[in-house]
Write a protein that binds this ligand. Structure first.
Ligand code: 3PG
Length: 201
């Protein structure tokens, strides 16, 4: 399961859509602002429809699903068109659905044991979550030192102000954050442009 696309899409906006009418303005604004990937979280009722709509209307975007907690949600996300699946933790049942469909799974990890479980399952690109609360770059550096070859996508507490300190690390493939999807389309485009310029990616 290939997550190569993260190398060229190092900022992964985490979107929590409460209303379906907000979806296309925000997703299109990310694209206009130069960000061609979005993780739509399965925390709200309209998440599945949000994925379906974004996949259908924004062909240039790599649309994935986040906060996928179980096999049922995972199945629905993939049928809706999700190109990658993210969880806050590591779920065997979500992993199995992803395997069945050949869709990349980026599970959340926060400890060495969780990283070892993910490695046993054959995954080497992992979400470090919740990055800030778990000790940020310092904790991630200590973990990464023990796991050469593992790539991380820190998420949770990542902001425009601290994203660079993660992104400069060789073991950080990308960062995720909800700070990029706030307000209306105009604002989302502004946030995307600002992040691309400031972080030079
Ligand atoms: C996630 O879903 O991965 C995080 O909740 C995003 O965290 P943030 O809101 O701190 O960016």
């Amino acid at each position: 399961m290939n997550v190569e696309f993260l190398k060229n899409n190092r900022l992964v906006p985490v979107a929590v859509f409460k209303r379906i009418e907000d979806v296309l303005p925000s997703v299109k604004a990310l694209s206009s602002g130069g960000i061609n990937i979005a993780e739509i979280t399965f925390r709200t009722d309209c998440a599945e429809e949000a994925v379906r709509l974004s996949v259908r209307e924004c062909k240039e975007m790599i649309v994935g699903a986040g906060t996928v907690l179980n096999a049922g949600q995972c199945e629905r996300a993939i049928v809706a068109g999700a190109k990658f699946i993210v969880s806050p933790g590591l779920s065997k049942s979500v992993f199995e659905v992803c395997e069945k469909h050949g869709v990349p799974y980026i599970p959340g990890v926060a400890t060495a044991s969780e990283i070892m479980t993910a490695l046993d399952m054959g995954m080497t690109t992992l979400k470090f979550f919740p990055a800030g609360a778990m000790g940020g770059v310092k904790t991630l550096g200590a973990l990464a030192a023990a796991f050469p070859g593992v790539e991380f996508m820190p998420t949770g507490g990542v902001t425009l102000e601290n994203a660079a300190e993660y992104l400069e690390k060789p073991y950080v493939v990308a960062v995720g954050g909800s700070w990029l999807v706030k307000g209306d389309g105009e604002n989302v485009e502004k946030l995307a442009r600002e992040a691309k310029e400031r972080l030079k990616i």
